[in-house]
Design a protein around this ligand. Structure first.
Ligand SMILES: Nc1ncnc2c1ncn2[C@@H]1O[C@H](COP(=O)(O)OP(=O)(O)OP(=O)(O)O)[C@@H](O)[C@H]1O
Length: 330
């Protein structure tokens, strides 16, 4: 549905996005993760045609390459795409219902249908009782529901979310994410989410791309990225602080929770003659899989045997260096 090829973007002489290649399938929830300034929002704005990009790149949505599309043809294309933001971007002087009706009025839809359609959208997002309120009378979560209803007004095929839950508390975040999942499933809308929140990525995204300094450095299913734990993800999540005693080494071992972890760990303990300390475990609850990270230390004399055991069992592991001073960010 969205096919991005060799997309680069410059502001003056500064390169912001560098040769991005990415496919996002219809109906998928795709996360764009990266530290501040990586280029996530810029890529999102390129996807909805708000930003131009370098000539040689292409961004194909439903078979149409939007690069170089004249303004009059860009307008109907943008109708296919709704967008929500961290700060909700609602018009304060208008009521909730008026905010939702606005895109339909701008597109000169049949005036007789618009109020009914706005009512149905407010029902869909669970705030039909707030139709006559003004945005300042609503909580953050309710405001984001209005923004979602407005974004859906023109029946888009794609919904872009730019840090849509970053300003919300954890419970409200969960309720908005549940709503986005429901919309994705009921309406089969493709969702692209820019976020730096791990909970968002793990609980709703099917696939994930990590952007670093304007480059796409990892893209895969969310489960696979958390199992592989590439350096780009480690730089975002941080590491567990470890201090080994002299003569000790440490490993981080990652397993899907469904695998036989007890027998695997018993086997590992035998390899090192029980000289084994499991000092930390961390669980990632992804949308479809649970992944467990085990942090262990042992004596350095067993290093070769441990690496052979882990390699033979084809598990993902990383040798820890001591000390790692960083905090987890989940
Ligand atoms: N209009 C602009 N003119 C010049 N530089 C810009 C403009 N918009 C963004 N940038 C620069 O592009 C880079 C990427 O910005 P972008 O907002 O895409 O990053 P981001 O990953 O979304 O960051 P954040 O998570 O903080 O929103 C930043 O260095 C930013 O300063």
């Amino acid at each position: 549905m969205i096919k991005i090829r060799h997309l680069s973007k410059h502001y003056a002489h500064r390169q912001i996005l560098n040769d991005i290649n990415l496919d996002i399938a219809r109906g998928e929830i795709h996360g764009l993760l990266g530290i501040s300034g990586a280029g996530k929002s810029t890529l999102l704005r390129c996807i909805n045609g708000l930003e131009s990009f370098d000539e040689h790149g292409s961004l194909i949505v439903d078979g149409v390459d939007i690069n170089g599309l004249p303004v009059q043809q860009l307008r109907p294309f943008r109708k296919k795409i709704g967008m929500i933001f961290q700060d909700f971007a609602l018009l304060q002087r208008k009521t909730v219902a008026e905010n939702v009706m606005l895109p339909m009025q701008c597109w000169k839809q049949d005036m007789r249908d618009i109020p009914q359609r706005a009512k149905a959208l407010l029902q869909l997002v669970g705030i039909e009782d707030k139709a006559n309120f003004r945005p300042q009378q609503l909580s953050g979560g309710q405001k984001q529901r209005v923004a979602i209803a407005r974004a859906l007004a023109l029946e888009p095929q794609i919904l872009l979310c730019d840090e849509a839950t970053s300003a919300l508390d954890p419970l409200t975040t969960k309720s908005i994410l549940d709503l986005l999942k429901e919309i994705n499933q009921r309406l089969n809308i493709t969702i692209v989410m820019v976020t730096h929140q791990m909970t968002v990525v793990k609980s709703v995204c099917d696939r994930l791309s990590i952007i670093e300094n304007g480059e796409l450095v990892a893209t895969n299913s969310v489960d696979q990225i958390f199992i592989e734990n590439p350096p780009a993800l480690q730089r975002i999540t941080g590491n567990v602080a470890t201090h080994f005693m002299p003569g000790q080494i440490g490993f981080k071992i990652t397993l899907p929770a469904i695998e036989q972890s007890t027998s695997f760990l018993l086997g590992l303990s035998e390899v090192v003659n029980q000289a084994f300390t499991l000092f930390f475990t961390q669980t990632d609850y992804c949308k479809t899989t649970t992944i467990v990270h085990y942090y262990m230390t042992t004596e350095s004399q067993y290093r070769t045997q441990v690496i052979a055991y882990l390699t033979n069992n084809t598990v993902t592991f990383q040798e820890l260096t001591s000390p790692i001073i960083a905090t987890t960010n989940n």
